[in-house]
Design a protein around this ligand. Structure first.
Ligand code: ADP
Ligand code: CIR
Length: 354
C-alpha cells in the first residue's frame, strides 16, 4: 500500500546514496536487503521508509541521516534504526534503557576552577509531549496548541526559573540573530531538519522561553517538542546540572513527557533517545586541538563528541570547541553527566601535560 511515486523516489535516491561517498550511518546500515524489506512498510499513521530517511537521502553529508516521523517508526523500521542506535549509543536491540536516575547531584563539581579552559557549560535534554506525534505529522493547529500549553506552563515556573516566553513568530531578525550569536537560540534553516519535514508552518508554534539571567532556557517545537537547557559561563558543571534537574522536574510536574520502556524518553532523532541529555562545554585546548583529527580521536576514547562553536555542523571559531557526551541511551542521567565530566577532566589533564 506504499504508493508508486514514493517507491520510485526511494529507489532512485537510494541508488544515488549508495553510489555516493557519504559517510552517514544511513548509508552504512541500509543494505539492499534491509531496504527491500522496509520499503513497503508503513506505521499506523502512514509514515513510510522515505519519511524516516529523506534527510539522509537529500543530504549526503549527514552524520546519521535518519529521523523517526512518529514513535512507532522506531519499531516498524527497527531493522534500520536498531543498527544505527547500536552504532551511535552502543545500545543493542536486546537492551532496555534504565529507569531515570539523576544520581548524587551534589557530588558533581567544577570542571575548571581556575577558569583556564572552559568558557561555558551547558546541559540540555530533549522531551516530547505524550499524545503528539513528531514534527512531520504535526498539524498547524497542533503546533499552536502545544505552544500555548507549554508557554503557559513555562510562564508559571517558580523562583530562579521565572521568565518570559518569546514566540519566533513576530520576533525581529535582530533579536533573533543576537540570541543565536549568544548561543541561546536554535539556528534557522537547518537543511537536515527541513528535508525531514520538520520545519512546516515555520515560525508558527516555535519559540524560546528563558529566565532573566538566561541560565535556564526552553526551546519550543524546534527539532523536539521541548529542549530544556541550563547553561552559564565557566566550568561549574555541578551548578548547571543542579539547575537543570530542578528545572526539568518542575516542568515534568505539569507536562507528561513521552517515554517508552525500551528507549526511555522519545525524541525525533535516534541520537537523542534515552536520557536525551547532551552535556557540553565550550572549551579551548590549543595544544590538543592543534590537530583536529587528533582531538576527535582522543575525545572518542572518552565517548565524547566534538562540535563547532555554533553547534552541530559548524566550525570552531578562535579554537573554541563544543565537547559533549555522545551516548544518551542505555545509561542513566547521572552516568551520562559523569561520562562527560570525567572525559573533559581527562582532556584538560592531557592539555596540561603537552
Ligand atoms: P543541541 O545542543 O540542541 O543538540 P546544537 O549543537 O545545535 O544543538 O547547539 C545549540 C546551541 O547551543 C548552539 O548555539 C551552541 O553553540 C550552543 N552551545 C552548546 N554547548 C554550549 C556551551 N557549553 N556553552 C555555550 N553554548 C553552547
Ligand atoms: C545528521 O545526520 O548529520 C543530522 N541529521 C543530525 C544528526 C544528529 N547528530 C548527532 O550527533 N546528535
Amino acid at each position: 500500500e506504499v504508493d508508486g511515486e514514493t517507491l520510485k523516489t526511494l529507489e532512485a535516491q537510494y541508488d544515488a546514496l549508495m553510489k555516493s561517498n557519504s559517510k552517514s550511518l544511513l548509508r552504512k546500515y541500509l543494505t539492499r536487503r534491509t531496504f527491500d524489506k522496509l520499503k513497503t512498510k508503513k506505521t499506523g499513521s502512514g509514515s513510510t521508509l522515505l519519511d524516516c530517511i529523506k534527510s539522509g537521502l537529500e543530504n549526503h553529508d549527514s552524520g546519521v541521516g535518519v529521523y523517526a516521523p512518529d514513535a512507532e517508526a522506531y519499531t516498524v523500521f527497527g531493522d534500520l534504526f536498531d543498527k544505527i542506535i547500536c552504532h551511535y549509543h552502543g545500545f543493542d536491540r536486546t537492551q532496555r534503557h534504565p529507569n531515570q536516575d539523576w544520581g548524587n547531584i551534589g557530588c558533581i563539581g567544577d570542571l575548571d576552577p581556575e577558569m583556564k579552559y572552559v568558557a561555558s557549560t551547558r546541559v540540555r535534554c530533549g522531551r516530547s509531549l505524550a499524545g503528539y506525534p513528531f514534527n512531520p505529522l504535526l498539524t498547524e493547529q497542533q503546533y499552536l496548541e502545544m505552544e500555548k500549553k507549554c508557554s503557559t506552563v513555562l510562564k508559571s515556573l517558580p523562583g530562579e526559573f521565572q521568565g518570559e516566553y518569546y514566540p519566533l513568530d513576530g520576533m525581529t531578525k535582530d533579536i533573533q540573530q543576537q540570541l543565536i550569536d549568544d548561543h541561546f537560540l536554535f539556528k534557522e534553516g537547518d537543511r537536515f531538519l527541513q528535508s525531514a519535514n520538520a520545519c512546516r508552518f515555520w515560525p508558527k508554534g516555535r519559540g524560546i522561553f528563558h529566565n532573566a539571567d538566561k541560565t535556564f532556557l526552553v526551546w519550543v517545537n524546534e527539532e523536539d517538542h521541548l529542549r530544556i537547557i541550563s547553561m552559564q559561563p565557566g566550568g561549574n558543571l555541578g551548578e548547571v546540572y543542579t539547575r537543570f534537574v530542578n528545572g526539568v522536574c518542575e516542568i515534568g510536574r505539569k507536562i507528561t513527557f513521552a517515554r517508552s520502556e525500551k528507549f526511555g524518553y522519545l525524541t525525533f532523532c535516534p541520537t537523542n533517545l534515552g536520557t536525551a541529555i547532551r552535556a557540553s562545554v565550550h572549551i579551548q585546548l590549543p595544544k590538543l586541538a592543534s590537530n583536529k583529527d587528533e582531538l576527535e580521536k582522543v575525545a572518542a576514547q572518552y565517548s565524547l563528541q566534538v562540535r563547532g562553536t555554533r553547534g552541530e555542523h559548524t566550525e570552531a571559531e578562535e579554537g573554541l570547541y563544543d565537547i559533549s557526551n555522545k551516548r544518551r541511551l542505555g545509561l542513566t542521567e547521572f552516568e551520562a553527566i559523569k561520562e562527560m565530566h570525567d572525559g573533559i577532566k581527562a582532556l584538560i589533564d592531557k592539555e596540561e601535560k603537552l
